[in-house]
Design a protein around this ligand. Structure first.
Ligand code: FE
Ligand code: FE
Length: 164
C-alpha cells in the first residue's frame, strides 16, 4: 500500500508510464521490421525518435518534482506489445499482418493517451505547471501519432481487403 493522495497517484502513474515508454522503445524497431509497408515502417521509425524525446521529457518531470526517474514495471504495456510481437512471429508478412499491426499500434497509443491525459490533469491539480506543460506536449504527440496511424490504416486496410 503506497497510494494515499493524488501526489502518490501522480508518481505511480509517472513510473508506470516511464516503464511503458521504455518498453515501446524496444518494440518499435521490431514492429518496423515486421511490416512490408514503407509507410508503416516510416511511421514506426519516426515514432521511435519521438518516443526517445518522450522518455527525456518524463525524466525532466521526475527531476522537476525532485524524484528519481525510476520506472515501475507496466504489465499493461507488456501485454499490448506482446500482441504485436505474437502477430509478427505467427503471421506471414503482408497486407493482412500490416492491418493487424496498425490496430495493435493504435491500442498502444490509446493506452498512452489515457496515461498522459490523467498525468496532465494530476499535474495541473497539484500546481505542477512545468510538469503539466511537458506532459501535455507528449499527450499531443500521442494523439497526433494515433491520427497518423488512422491515415495509414485507411490505405493498408484496403490493401488487406483486396487480398484473398
Ligand atoms: Fe509514447
Ligand atoms: Fe506513442
Amino acid at each position: 500500500m503506497s497510494l494515499t493522495n493524488l501526489e502518490d497517484v501522480f508518481l505511480d502513474v509517472l513510473k508506470d508510464t516511464l516503464d511503458a515508454e521504455k518498453q515501446i522503445l524496444k518494440a518499435l524497431p521490431k514492429m518496423a521490421k515486421g511490416t512490408v509497408s514503407e509507410e508503416l515502417k516510416a511511421a514506426f521509425t519516426e515514432h521511435k525518435a519521438v518516443t526517445e524525446k518522450q522518455v527525456e521529457r518524463l525524466e525532466s518531470v521526475f527531476k522537476s518534482i525532485n524524484k528519481a526517474a525510476r520506472g515501475k514495471h507496466c504489465p499493461g504495456m507488456e501485454g499490448l506489445l506482446e500482441e504485436g510481437s505474437e502477430l509478427i512471429k505467427e503471421e506471414e508478412a503482408g497486407p493482412a499482418l500490416d492491418a493487424a499491426l496498425i490496430c495493435a499500434a493504435q491500442k498502444v497509443e490509446h493506452y498512452e493517451i489515457a496515461a498522459y491525459g490523467s498525468l496532465v490533469t494530476y499535474a495541473k491539480m497539484l500546481g505542477l505547471k512545468d510538469a503539466a506543460k511537458l506532459l501535455a506536449e507528449t499527450l499531443k504527440e500521442e494523439k497526433d501519432t494515433d491520427l497518423a496511424l488512422t491515415k495509414v490504416a485507411a490505405k493498408l486496410n484496403f490493401e488487406a481487403q483486396e487480398e484473398d
